[in-house]
Write a protein that binds this ligand. Structure first.
Ligand code: GAR
Length: 201
């Protein structure tokens, strides 16, 4: 590793397939990036299991176990300890505390499984998104990578890619197509950031 390696912290709540896609891209030498830690609000998440398998520090941090002030300060303790260049949300289903958003302004990104600003906002995560897209009879869905601010899915969109879903017969088929695209898009966006081909400002 050299000084110019992009150092990231990954926040994830669920199975962790986007985390795995990023790890695969690093292992393949396509992405010059080091995952400093993986943080999850869910102690059973696949993401924490994946992190442990790769000897990446796996941190469980849930608001339920804290008073709110202590929760924020625990977040900061993690960030001070590992000091990532970027925070990557990969299926993290919680709002980031306001003070963290402020301190990491333009340094937190999220992947969303639809074409924002459509099908975003509170409650729009995971299968809820694909159910809504299916019900709207959209011909296209896609992936959005955006900056994170204090509102769900409202930060500046950095990158989008669409996928034809006109042949999908269920929300599950849409989810499968979109997830496949996510696994290509997130490493690609990180590479663009690392190579300074994408600005976060
Ligand atoms: C992904 O589809 C991601 O886009 C979505 O959760 C899934 C996590 O999958 N995120 C959101 O809906 C955020 N609003 P993974 O745990 O397998 O990476």
């Amino acid at each position: 590793m050299n000084d110019s390696t992009l150092r990231i912290g990954v926040f994830a709540s669920g199975r962790g397939s986007n985390l795995q896609a990023i790890i695969n891209s690093i292992e393949a030498g396509e992405l010059i990036c080091k995952i400093e830690f993986v943080l999850s609000n869910n102690s059973d998440s696949g993401a924490l299991e994946i992190a442990r398998r790769y000897n990446i520090p796996a941190i469980h941090l849930s608001e339920r176990n804290f008073h709110s002030d202590n929760f924020e300060s625990s977040f900061f303790q993690v960030l001070r300890k590992y000091n990532p260049d970027l925070i990557i949300l990969a299926g993290y289903m919680k709002l980031i505390p306001q003070n963290v958003v402020t301190e990491y302004c333009n340094r937190i990104i999220n992947i969303h499984p639809a074409l924002l600003p459509n099908f975003g906002g509170k409650g729009m995560f995971g299968m809820n998104v694909h159910n809504a897209v299916f019900e709207s009879k959209e011909k296209y869905s896609g992936v959005s990578v955006h900056l994170v601010n204090e509102e769900y899915d409202k930060g500046k969109v950095l990158f989008q890619e669409k996928v034809d879903i006109s042949d999908c017969k269920s929300p599950e088929e849409i989810a499968e197509k979109v997830l496949k695209l996510e696994h290509v898009v997130y490493p690609k966006v990180l590479k663009m950031i690392y190579e300074k081909k994408m600005s976060l400002l």
